[in-house]
Ligand binder design. Sequence first.
Ligand code: FES
Length: 574
Amino acid sequence: MAKPPLRSAKSYGKHDKDGFIHRSWIKATGLPDHVFDGRPIIGIANTWSELVTCQIGLRDLADYVKRGVWEAGGVPIEFPAMSLPETQMRPTAMLFRNLLAMEVEESIRANPIDGVVLMGACDKTTPGLLMGAASVDLPAIFVSGGPMLNGKFEGRDIGSGTDVWRFSEAVRAGEMSLDEFMGAESGMSRSAGSCNTMGTASTMSSLTEALGISLPMNAALPAVDSRRKVLAHMSGNRIVQLVKDDVKPSDIMTREAFENAILMHAAIGGSTNAVVHLLALAGRLGVPLTLRDFDEIARDAPLLVNLMPSGKYLMEDFCYAGGAPAVAKELGPLYRRDAVTVSGRTQGEIADAAKVWNRDVIGSLEAPVGPSSGVWVLKGNLCPQGAILKPSAATPSLLTHRGKAVVFEDIEDYHARIDHPDLEVDETSILVLKGCGPKGYPGMPEVGNMGLPPKLLAKGVTDMVRISDARMSGTAYGTVILHVAPEAEAGGPLALVRNGDEIAFDGPNRSLELLVDADELARRRAAWEAARQPSKYVRGWYRLYIDTVLQADTGVDLDFLVGKSPADVTRESH
Ligand code: FES
C-alpha cells in the first residue's frame, strides 16, 4: 500500500499561494529548491543556552545531527526551546518543566516538520522535551548534551552537587574553611556538560536509553568526547529512517519500556526526580503507570552502579565502564529484552553487544554494588497518596524510626530557625518541612534534603529523618522522605503536623504514620481552613500552574496537558 505523503507536504508540497509563502520564507535561510521534493523535514528542538554549562555544547552538537539528517536524505531545521538551567532559575526549574513541554509540543505541531530530534541536557529539559514530543506523537529521537568531566579538588575527584552538600555541611560543622570551600567551586564544574554525578540529568539520560528513545551510550559519553558527535550524527541518520518507517514515540515508549526505565533507575541508583518525570511522561502517552509500580517492578533489582550519590564514581568512569548498555546486560533476565528502540535494535540486542569494563563501577546481579535499590513508596495517614524515599542514599539505621516532629511551616521559617542554638531538636527528632510542594512553593523545589541543625552537626550527627512535600536534588543523600502527597498547600495531612507530634516511619513495611488521633486532626483541619489566605500569585504562568498542577503521585503535570492531541492542523495561516 502506498504511504501517505509526509506531513510537511501540506506546506512545502503545494504550488499555490500557501506553498509560495511557506517555501519562500524558509528558502531564505539558504535552502535550495530541490530539497522540497518530498524529503522529510526534521525539526531539531534545541535547548542550547549560555545560562548553564549543561546545555552549552548543544549548539555545536546540533551541527552533527544536521550532518546525519542530510546524509540520510532529510532536511534539518533547528529551532530553540526553553533551556531550564537548574542551578540558575528561581524559584525552581521544575516550575517550568511543563512550560517547556507545552512550548515544544506546540512548536512541533504548528510547524511543517515530519520528525524531531530533541536536544537537552539539564535535569528538567529531558522530561520537558519528551513530554511535549509525546503529546504530538510524531517520530522523535533524543540526543543529550552529555555529562561534564570528573570534578577535581586537592588531588581527588569531586562530584557535582553531592560534594556541594558534603562541603557545605563540613563548613557548617567547622570542619572545612570558607577558603577551601570556595576553592572547590572552580574544580567541580570544569567542562561543558551536565552534572557528573548520577543526579537527575544523568538519570534521565540513562532512562532515555532504557525507554528506547535514544541511541545506546547517549547518557554516559562525556559532553566533550568526540564519540558524542558521532552519536549525534547517527541520531540524525536514524530520525530520517524513523519518519520513513512512521515509528512514533508511542511505538517506542510502551509499558515494557517504562518497566525497563524503572529497572534501570533502580540499578543506577537514580534520582528520585525520575519518579515524577516518568509518571508525567506515561500520562502523556496513556501508558498505565502508578507510583506503586516503582517499588514493585524494581524490588528484585539491586544497585549495580557505583556512582555518587549512592556510590563513589562519576559519569566519566561510568562511560569507560560500559555505560547504560552494560547495566542492561547485567540486569539480564529482569530486563524486557523485546522492547524496541529508535536504534532499530531491541533492548536485548543492545545488551548482548555490551560489556562491563570495570567491575568496581558496574556490578552484577551475583555481586551487586548494593541491595535492592530504586525507591520505596510509602503510605500512611501522613501521606494518603504516597511519599517516596531512596534507600540507597539513606542511613540504614534510620530506615525504621520513631521521633518527635520539629516543624518548619515553610522554607523561610526553616532558614530563620535551623541555625538557632535554642532550637529544640536532637538526633532522634524528625525534621518536617511544609509548603514546598507543586502548589505551595510553587514548583516543588529541591529542598527536601534540608541541612541539619549546626548544633547536631557539631556533635557528629550526619543524618536525620526528614519529611517534606518537596523534591531533592538527584545528587543529594540522606534519610529523606519526599513528594508527600497531597502536599500541605493542597490540604494534605502534612499541613496539620505540629511541633512535638510523634511520627512513626517503618521503611521495610513502607509506612509513614502521624501518631495523632483523628479528633485532634479534625480540629486542626478546621483551624487550618479558617486561617487560609488568598494566593499572592494572581496572574501569568504562576497562576495557571497553581490552579492546574497535579500532585506528585501522578507526576506534577498540569491537568489539561495529560494525554495527547492530533499532530495535524488543518487550517492555514493566510
Ligand atoms: Fe544542569 Fe546539574 S545543573 S545537570
